[in-house]
Each structure stands twice: as C-alpha cells, then as structure tokens.
Design a protein around this ligand. Structure first.
Ligand code: G4P
Length: 533
C-alpha cells in the first residue's frame, strides 16, 4: 500500500455515513440537533429546528418546507464527532416523501431508527426499516422520550422483534421511566450511568456520573424498589435475551437497542459514542461490469467512483441550477476531476463540487468514500448513474417503489407550454414524481407519485420556480405494479391501464388492491412486482 492509499484508508476508517429513520414526531430532528450539539457544531440546541415557524432547520432549503415546517428534501451534513467524521443523511419524515427517503437510504452505510417510547414501532418506521433490510443496512435502535410516561421497555423490545422481524439486544437498560428516569444501566461496561440536567435544560449537554455495578452509592440514588426491578429485568435479559455480535449487527440480523431521551440529553452522548464504535465505515459495494458480471468495488483499492442518488432543481434561485448528489464509493475525489458516466458513455468534469456543513454550502477540494458531494448538473446526470474514473461498471440499480397516486397535469396557460415542459423534465428527473406514458399511446402522459403531497409540491414548484400555473386532475388508480414477462400474453383487466415508465418498463395501474390481486391470479405466468430492486 502506498502513502496515498494509506491516507485514503485513514480517511475511510474515520467516516460514518448514516441516515436517521423514524415516524414523524419520534424525535429525529431533535436527535440530529443533539449530534450537532455534542460534536461542538452548535453551542446550544434549540436553534436549528424548523418547526412551528421557528428559525429554519439547518437542513431545510426550500421556502415551502419552511412554510409547512416539514423537511421535504433530503440533504447531507458533514462534521467531526470526536475522532470520527460524520456524514448524516437527512431523510424526510413526512410519509408522502418516502421514495426520496428510500433512495437516500441506499447512500447510507447504516441507520439509526428512532422510536417513540410511548408509541412503539409506527407505520413509517416499518416501511423505512424494510428498505434497510432490502439493502442489508445495519440498524441501531434509539428508544426516545424515556423522560415521558412510556410503554414497558420489555414490551418495546418484543415489538421491535415481532413487527420488524429482527433480533434486538439491549445495550443499556433504563433506570426508572418518566419523571423517575435517572439514567441507564450500561450492559456492556456493567455500570450505572446517571444523567442530570444542567440549569439550561436540554439546550446544553447533560452531566454524566458513572458507578460500577452494585455500587451502594448508586443503589442509594435510585432507591431499593427501582433497584430490585432493575436487577430482575437485567436477569431476564441475560436469560431470555438474544446474544449480540458485531458480525450479526453488520449483517442486519440484530439491532442494538439504546434507551434515552433526546430532548433532555439523557443517554445521548453514550449513544453517540457507542454508535461510532459499532457503525461500519464505508465498505465494499457490489457492482456489475457491462457484460453483467458481478464485481466488488473497494473504497481504498479502487480509483474514484460513486453514484447519483438524488437530483434537485433550483437549489440556488439566482442561478436556476440543478444539483446532483453523489455518494462516493471509492477513491479520493479531487475538485475538477474528469469522470466517466457509464450510462451516457461520456466524460464529465466535476467542477464546483459542494458539500454541506451544518446547512452551509461549501466548496470542496477533496472528498473521500462515504462523503456526499453535490455537483451542478447541467443535465449530465440521472438518478442511479454510476460515475467513475475508469468507467466500465455500474453500481446496483436503486430500488424503485410502486407509485400509488396518479394524475394528469396540464398548464393553465397554453402559451407557457415551453416552461411547463422544462419544469416537468427537471422535476421528474429529481425522481419524486414519475412520468408514465401510455403503453400504446406515447403522448398519453400520466404523472405518478408515492404520496399526495408530492403533487402539491410539484404544482407549487412549477408556479414558484417556472412561473407556470397548472391544473391537476386526479385519476382513479390506487395502486400499480411492474410487469415481468411476455407482454403479448399479459391479460389486461378492463378497468386497469397499461403504461411504461421512464426506463421503458411496462406497468399496470389498478383502481383497487382487489383488482390487482385478481390480475395477479389471471396472469400466473407473469410476475407483478411492487419494488424494482
Ligand atoms: P421528528 O423530527 O422525528 O418529526 O421529531 P422532532 O425531533 O421534531 O420531535 C417531535 C416532538 O417531540 C417535539 O415536540 C420534540 O421536542 C419532542 N421530543 C423529541 N425528543 C423528545 C424527548 O426525548 N422527550 C420528550 N418529552 N419530547 C421529545 P414539539 O412539541 O412538536 O415541538 P417543540 O415545540 O418541542 O419544538
């Protein structure tokens, strides 16, 4: 290994690239903010949130996000945490924005799943967890809001296991709950960890005191009743719980569980420290040579490569630009690097690369595997494109989820047709909305999305960014599926419609789940798939 490979290896080892997944309101924004607090990026928490008309969140960009107080677009932030370099991918929590979120997850090497202790595993968490499973992404579980009356911790562990079908291992165990939440028992170090609020509440770091197992001082602090219950539960975990191994965690077979409260900072720092220890650094990724043969791309041994997981138009209103977000998979990136885009068979110079440091766009001179760079995209990129120094291979395609909402969209003013077409092209390139064409009639355009809010955003952005007012007519389809098999023998139901997606894959649109199931029965020699992996 030469010197430049050694420094590349050092940079790779330092990096932790991950996403925080949760159902809305479980505490993802609060936890992200605390990560910024504990890394020293912000002095006090409570400043970067964008909810309820407060100052915009560090990762919020568009005015609509600020108006609505929800984070719609995915972004990435980089900052140091102790000896590590963190790349946190911000995944929109709103359920209509799931597809964007799903794609962002492919750029992560691991995920933190935040669960509200009072609510348990909720719908959106389940869907997001499924994507992690599809891509074998290891998941750490953060059970939040332990400072509030919540569900029984054992019950929560069981729910994670049963609903998500993954083994769970409690890394720590809560000592008391609600207003009696004193701290946690660290099952790895075998010690009591107590937290106390500073006079500034959760806006500043919580003080931590550690005591060894059976310390009389600790027992006195928590009282005999809580101590007895704690010992019983710890015994139960030893006897009935799963074992934990790093390998099984990395393979996505077991999730380490941490109990904490992001708002009060109780358990936050020990969690982040454990996260740095457990979470993997960027590792090998599978790719295919152009003849289909599978290969592995090593972050250190292979020269620069990456792939586009997100496109976003009009990030900078003054320039009407569009940005392609690239996850670096191997090699060192240097500004102005010329790379090959395998899909186009073209060379592209990656000039003006940007990174995000706590919401501020910065120009990058270097970047390493695991990092996310944003490059201005004069239509050189599509979602899923592989770029590399030498070309010749493609990373696995990104999963695509079946749209569930369909509509026709036209410009109110016929004279604005050109701007409409331009806006539609750029916004559908971003991938939140899919443009489908009739299977038989190419000019029959249908817009499709995974959630309703995406249409609202599309109309808003067409008006705001391209000056085009539009008329949206919802279509009666409720679900869809890609069709695998010979289209000549496919039996189409009367109410369903056949279309093709951007890549030319045939799809069927159905007016009900029942109709879809019936169609599946009518076509035993075809496969109807919900996710294109
Ligand atoms: P999200 O990004 O997952 O949607 O959740 P977010 O962090 O915005 O948190 C949702 C609500 O839950 C917020 O309250 C937040 O303060 C609260 N919260 C987060 N973590 C904890 C915790 O550990 N304990 C308690 N008790 N609450 C927590 P809000 O009323 O919606 O907003 P705000 O007025 O507090 O900002």
């Amino acid at each position: 290994m030469n010197d430049s490979q050694k420094s590349l290896q050092e940079a790779v080892k330092q990096r932790r690239t991950f996403a925080i997944i949760s159902h809305p309101d479980a505490g993802k924004t609060t936890l992200t903010e605390k990560l910024l607090l504990y890394s020293g990026m912000i002095a006090t928490a409570g400043m970067v949130k964008g909810r309820k008309g407060r100052k915009a969140a560090a990762s919020d960009w568009m005015s609509m996000e600020q108006e609505r107080g929800i984070s719609i677009t995915s972004s990435a932030m980089q900052f140091p945490y102790k000896d590590a370099i963190i790349n946190v991918l911000d995944t929109p929590g709103h359920e209509d924005f799931s597809e964007d979120t799903y794609r962002t997850l492919t750029a992560a090497d691991c995920a933190i799943m935040v669960i509200d202790a009072a609510k348990g595993v909720e719908k959106q968490t389940r869907k997001l967890f499924e994507v992690c499973r599809l891509r074998n992404i290891p998941v750490l579980t953060f059970i939040n809001k332990m400072d509030m009356p919540g569900r029984d911790p054992l019950e929560l562990m069981n729910e994670v296991e049963n609903v998500l079908q993954i083994h769970s291992y409690a890394m720590n165990w809560p000592i008391g709950t609600g207003k009696d939440f004193h701290g946690v028992y660290d099952r790895v170090k075998n010690e009591y960890v107590f937290f106390s609020k500073t006079s500034h509440g959760g806006s500043q770091k919580a003080a931590i005191a550690r005591y060894p197992a059976n310390s009389p001082e600790a027992i006195e602090k928590i009282g005999e009743d809580i101590q007895e219950k704690l010992l019983q539960e710890l015994d139960l975990l030893e006897i009935a719980g799963n074992p934990f191994s790093l390998e099984e965690f990395l393979e996505g077979k077991v999730t380490p569980v941490f109990f904490a409260s992001a708002l009060t900072n109780f358990g936050v720092e020990p969690f982040f420290d454990a996260f740095i220890d457990l979470a993997p650094c960027p590792h090998k990724r599978f790719a295919n040579l152009l003849d289909g043969k599978e290969i592995e791309i090593d972050p250190v041994e292979n020269p620069f490569s990456g792939y586009v997981f997100k496109l976003q138009a009009n990030m900078d209103r003054r320039h009407r630009d569009s940005m392609a977000f690239i996850r670096i998979c191997s090699g060192r990136f240097e500004r102005d690097l010329t790379v090959k885009n395998v899909r186009l068979g073209k060379e592209v110079r990656l000039s003006r690369p940007h990174g995000m440091v706590a919401g501020e766009r910065t120009t990058l001179d270097y970047a390493y595997p695991g990092d996310i760079i944003g490059v201005i995209n004069p239509s050189h990129f599509a979602i899923g494109d592989t770029i590399s120094l030498n070309g010749g291979f493609k990373f696995k395609p990104l999963p695509q989820f079946q749209p569930e909402i369909f509509a026709r969209l036209i410009s109110k003013d016929i004279g604005k047709r050109k701007s409409f077409d331009k806006g539609v092209l750029q916004l559908t390139n971003e991938g939140a909305i899919q443009l489908l064409r009739g299977y038989e009639r190419e000019d029959d355009l249908i817009f499709a999305a995974v959630g309703k809010l995406q249409f609202e955003v599309m109309q808003y952005r067409l008006k705001d960014e391209y000056g085009v007012e539009t008329i949206l007519t919802p279509l009666p389809y409720e679900c869809s599926a890609w069709i695998k098999g010979d289209m000549k023998t496919f039996v189409k139901l009367t109410n369903s419609t056949l279309v093709v997606d951007k890549q030319g894959n045939p799809m069927a649109l159905f007016t009900s789940q029942w109709e879809k199931q019936y169609c599946i029965k009518q076509n035993p020699n075809h496969e109807l798939v919900d996710v294109l992996v």
